[in-house]
Design a protein. Sequence first.
Length: 256
Amino acid sequence: MALDPASLIRLALVFARVSGVLASAPVFGQKGVPVMARVLLGVLLSLILTGFATGPLPVHVAHPVGFLLAVAAEALTGLLMGYAIRFVFWAVEFAGEMIGFQMSLPMAQAYDPMSGSSANPLGRMITWLFLLLFVVLDGPQAVVAGLARSFVAVPLGGANLAASGPLLLSWTGGFFSTAVRLAMPFLVALFLVDVALGVFARVVPQADLFSISLPQKLLAGMAIASAFVGTLVPLAPALVEGATAGLDALFAAIAP
């Protein structure tokens, strides 16, 4: 690649899109990944993927203000691509949080330095399990392949970002729908445990229901959590494929 001004501008715009993906996509965007490693990976990927960005540069990119606007547009495009895949992870994590809440695990919440917030142990365990499955199923490679396709489908500085609004609303609805569908069978089972404990309290009113119910719900919850993990593993390929399919839907929506 010749070091003429047009090539340097093209490389900078590619780096902006790649950086947006690395900041928001699963695995690459985890807080445990050092910033320097993320920057070096972004530079390496930009040098490799610049060859896919063969379209014309934006008209006003030679002007400083036009260049900054193009960089911002590319960074937002990369962030949208990362969040297109991240929505599935949020759904799985939310499903684990709902099950953990019904198991009375909010009392066992602990600070998670990777997310910067408090979370119950079950939600964290399920999230990390799905992240491991994502890596095993070549999810990071699919993200890089999606990046390469994005430069063909959406030229540099040409993304119609306003058109992504309806798609984001659809993803939000899909996030709640997926989380509820994953957790609902196990929430129903925990609800039946609560019903059984309520019947027991009516039959034996002198029993200390709180002391009895907490270990019983935890025991039933651990069995249900094991079943949830068992169902998540075979569902993981379909969830990962749906996440990568979201990239193609995003490209179709924001393409000029």
